[in-house]
Design a protein around this ligand. Structure first.
Ligand code: C2E
Ligand code: CA
Ligand code: CA
Length: 668
């Protein structure tokens, strides 16, 4: 017999809580009554649980109501049983009074509306005591009498019988039980309350802790956000906006309203003599100077304008009202010219600028506008430092046309609009086909088949040339693979633009492309680079060429003779072949000096052990001359025009060199 709080092992959550644990001593032997008692005890336990665990703002009134309702129902049932078996006995009417007293006491308690803990504890004390006493003493006595009457005793005999049964040791047991119940009820409730209070306090604490943590995290996140925002849109040296910042401003302006054509202006501006400041005073002081200049310029900015530093000494100014551009530029130049003291010396600067008015036809995005302004700045600098230029309408149109061309090419490449034609390179004396040169063609959807002269010059300095180059290499490798399968063994020369060759990942990407075609030997790919492309930075070009050579590919110097390579240069450049520029060949027949150039190139190549090929062999005479000078390799219309890949096998089968060239003993 233990008042219990059954607590599961892993959690602090009680499963049941019994202020009044049921015990067989409570059984009267009358089934209906026992089950109703059990129900009463269950409600009482629930009430205690509720009282112990609930927050003070939730009252246990509804459970108390339930208890009262059930008690009344049970009393009525019980009284009916007693009355039917023991009619008109005072024990029964006393018992009834006892019931009434119970109901009244509870009602009184309810009416008092007290939430005071002590009052509540008293109530539980009363309830447990009453229930224990009533069941153990009163109800069991009634039950004993009922059973005695049923076995034939008179009511008086039955009462005496019950007295005997409940007297002596049983009475002691009953009072001991009552005592225990009373104590257990009090301490269990107390224990439960403490436990619950502790749990609530812990939860409260956890909530506060979590809230503090969230707050701290939120605070940190917002600081990071601010820092990121700053880094993304501002320049840390001057505190001005950076390129992203001004792009955002321009786009906002473009989106905010329908601006009239040319109503706003974008100025790209570059300090002319900042390098001098940098070298003279060091980077730190130069940065400080930029900060001062930025602040002065901000003061000189017209309303609605914006100023950003986009790189080292380049700034961008946004002018809301293009009518003010001229005055704005004057004000900025005046400000730049104001002396500023750094490390005890006086410094002033001036700038050149390019201006583009916007919105203008077709082009209304910040990136393009910035590029146009830069482009115009570049021209301004070439004309005169300290000056500015406006991009004019014709330039804008040209710019637009170029942009369109880039877009069309970018779209045309994956769209299969480009083709490679192949022009044979032969040994004129033996008729042997030594290789082919891949030459690009554009099957334009509207303009028909275009030779490279129609689109390459406009893009050779634009990154789109790299897209073209990669397409060409992949296409040439694909063709080599096809020819392989047809047992046609050829090597292919592809033309590589200077910008492409100089790109930092050129070698890596070439290696990847070669990897895509494991069946094709890299030795069959020859990269034709312009002499001028290699001329730029010799060391770098040499390194690139060497790394590519290590992959297995070979190199030819294209249009050789036009780039005035020095001898030492030619000696050091790891190329295999020199391709004599077709200009020398074309003019050689009626120009003595071109013959001597031809002679010079041919002997140079022999001296440096390079192979030599003449381009532009248009006539029989060209061939005769070249053969007589010792150059038997050639390419030109007299041999074959560039042709689609599938025309090549037939050409190869039918072509024989003209009789005057024919010399099967040729060794080159
Ligand atoms: P190139 O590399 O010097 O190519 C030789 C050019 O001369 C080709 O013009 C070819 O058709 C032409 N040609 C060949 N034999 C004769 C001849 O006997 N007489 C005359 N007058 N011309 C001859 P094409 O195909 O129009 O190419 C022109 C230039 O475009 C090429 O000059 C090359 O610099 C460039 N190019 C062609 N394809 C590509 C390519 O795929 N990538 C790159 N980056 N440039 C290419
Ligand atoms: Ca070429
Ligand atoms: Ca050439």
């Amino acid at each position: 017999m233990v008042a219990a709080m059954l607590v599961s092992e892993n959690t602090t959550e009680p499963l049941t809580f019994e202020i009044f644990p049921w015990n067989h001593n409570f059984e009267t032997g009358i089934e209906v009554i026992d089950s109703q008692h059990k129900k009463l005890v269950e409600i009482l336990n629930r009430l205690a649980w509720h009282f112990a665990s609930s927050h003070s703002d939730v009252s246990c009134d509804h459970v108390l109501d339930e208890l009262l309702e059930y008690a009344k129902f049970h009393f009525a049932e019980e009284e009916q049983i007693w009355n039917s078996r023991l009619p008109e006995q005072t024990v029964v009417s006393n018992h009834q009074e006892c019931h009434q007293l119970f109901v009244e006491t509870i009602r009184q308690y309810q009416a008092s509306q007290s939430d005071d803990e002590e009052v509540l504890a008293d109530l539980f004390d009363y309830l447990t005591r009453w229930l224990a006493f009533h069941i153990l003493e009163s109800d069991r006595r009634m039950a004993l009498m009922v059973s005695a009457v049923s076995s034939g005793m008179s009511p008086d005999q039955a009462r005496r019988h019950a007295d005997e049964q409940l007297g002596g040791p049983v009475a002691v047991l009953v009072s001991a039980l009552l005592e225990i119940y009373n104590k257990l009820a009090g301490s269990t409730i107390q224990l439960m309350r403490e436990k619950m209070a502790r749990k609530r306090a812990e939860e409260e604490l956890e909530k506060v802790r979590q809230a503090r943590l969230d707050e701290a995290l939120e605070q940190q996140a917002s600081e990071y956000r601010q820092q990121l925002e700053f880094l993304a849109y501002y320049d840390s040296v001057t505190g001005l906006e950076n390129r992203n910042g001004i792009v955002r401003q321009i786009n906002t302006l473009l989106e905010s309203a329908r601006l009239p054509c040319g109503s706003a202006a974008l100025i790209s501006l570059d300090l002319d003599n900042f390098l001098e400041v940098n070298t003279r005073f060091g980077e730190e002081s130069a940065d400080r100077f930029l900060g001062i200049l930025a602040r002065r310029w901000l003061d000189a900015l017209f309303p609605g304008g914006a100023l950003a530093r986009v790189s080292g000494d380049e700034f961008v100014v946004l002018v809301r009202d293009s009518a003010q551009v001229q005055t704005q530029l004057d004000a900025l130049q005046l400000t730049a010219g104001q002396p500023c003291s750094i490390n005890g010396s006086t410094v002033s600067v001036q700038f050149s600028a390019g201006v583009v008015l916007f919105p203008h036809e077709g082009i209304n995005d910040a990136d393009t506008l910035l590029r146009q302004a830069d482009h115009t700045l570049f021209r301004a600098k070439q004309e005169a430092r300290g000056s500015w230029l406006f991009m004019d309408a014709e330039e804008q149109l040209q710019y637009k046309a170029r942009q369109q061309l880039f877009d069309e090419i970018r779209k045309g490449l994956p769209d299969n609009q480009f083709r490679l034609y192949y022009q044979p390179k032969v040994n004129m004396c033996t008729g042997e086909l030594i290789g082919v040169e891949a030459l690009i063609r554009w099957q334009h959807p509207e303009r028909g088949l275009l030779a490279p002269g129609h689109f390459l010059p406009a893009v050779e300095h634009h990154p789109v040339i790299m897209d073209i180059g990669e397409w060409v290499i992949r296409e040439a490798l694909t063709q080599l693979q096809r020819w392989d399968r047809e047992d046609i063994e050829l090597s292919v020369g592809v033309n590589i633009a200077a910008l492409h060759l100089r790109h930092s990942s050129f070698v890596e990407r070439l290696a990847n492309l070669l990897d895509e075609f494991p069946e094709v030997a890299p030795q069959r790919l020859d990269l034709e680079i312009l002499e001028t492309a290699a001329l730029g930075e010799l060391d770098k070009a040499t390194e690139t060429i060497q790394r590519c050579t290590a992959l297995g590919v070979s190199f030819s110097l294209d249009d050789f003779g036009t780039g005035y390579s020095s001898l030492s240069y030619l000696k050091n450049l790891p190329v295999d072949t020199l391709k004599i520029d077709q200009g020398f060949v074309r003019d050689s027949l009626d120009n003595g000096s071109d013959i001597s150039i031809l002679k010079g190139i041919i002997s140079l190549s022999q001296a440096f052990n390079h192979c030599v090929i003449a381009e532009g062999v248009e006539t029989l005479e060209h061939g005769n001359l070249l053969i007589s000078l010792g150059c038997c390799y050639a390419q030109g219309y007299a041999i074959a025009r560039p042709m689609p890949a599938d025309a090549l096998p037939e050409w190869q089968q039918s072509w024989v060199p003209p009789a005057p060239w024919y010399d099967p003993s040729c060794q080159t």
